[in-house]
Design a binder for this molecule. Structure first.
Ligand SMILES: [Zn+2]
Length: 240
């Protein structure tokens, strides 16, 4: 009979889930349950943690086993629905027996966490939730391009014949389109050329992302850059 997991394992597993969530699931609108509230660990968090043990080598867990586990925290629990809800409704990729045996083979009444890097395949809220995240981000910027300030749907500030469309743009083009690396930019600011630059959350260029752009700079600037790098790398021959 499954008993409580130690606080240390609970917190470690939750931290692992949180990391995967930040990197892979938040952008799809999947919500991370809070670990604790006034009553103690939340049932959603306990369920996820129980299923995520040993990730990526998870195993099938029966509803009975899961119920026993949750009961060790909430003795009055009858029938644990968390695993099903976390899957189909909330977007966590938890397969359920007899429903989606495409990825794992499960018996009826069994659950298995398939992946923390992809949302549940038939996640109905997927598009809406994704849009919700994106809508929220745009709202935070007043529906304006982070870089030039043109407003979505209105005429562009610098191209008066163009309607502004906001797009998900990387802050740092060397990183993925993941939460924390996305700003809204208009179609004019979000062009191929922008991959040369790293932007901050205010849409301003803060770094060079492509060393080739130095070639476009004036000779004095290139000379100055050469001096700086020559000093930094102690005059080392780059072809060595
Ligand atoms: Zn713009």
């Amino acid at each position: 009979m499954p008993r409580r997991i130690s606080r240390r394992i609970i917190e470690e597993t939750y931290r692992m889930i949180k990391n995967y969530h930040e990197r892979h699931l938040a952008v799809h609108g999947v919500k991370l349950p809070i670990l604790e509230n006034a009553a103690g660990y939340t049932k959603d968090a306990l369920t996820l943690i129980y299923l995520a043990q040993g990730y990526p080598n998870t195993r099938a867990v029966s509803k009975e086993e899961l119920t026993q586990f949750i009961r060790s925290y909430y003795p009055n629990t009858n029938d644990v629905q968390q695993a099903r809800h976390l899957g189909a409704q909330k977007g966590w990729f938890i397969a359920a027996g007899s429903r989606d045996n495409r990825d794992v083979h499960l018996e009826r009444g069994e659950y298995q966490l398939v992946s923390l890097e992809r949302p549940y395949p038939a996640f109905h809220g997927h598009r809406a939730a994704e849009a919700a995240g994106w809508e929220e981000l745009k709202a935070a910027y007043g529906y304006r391009c982070a870089t030039c300030g043109s407003r979505e749907g209105e005429y562009h500030l610098h191209w008066p014949n163009t309607r502004t469309r906001l797009q998900m743009a990387h802050m740092n083009p060397l990183r993925g389109l993941v939460p924390g690396n996305i700003i809204p930019q208009c179609q004019k600011c979000n062009r191929a050329d922008r991959n040369n630059w790293v932007y901050d959350e205010r849409g301003r260029v803060i770094k060079v992302a492509n060393a080739q752009v130095i070639k476009r700079s004036d000779r004095e600037v290139r000379w100055r850059a050469y001096q700086i790098l020559y000093r930094e790398f102690n005059g080392r021959n780059p072809n060595e």
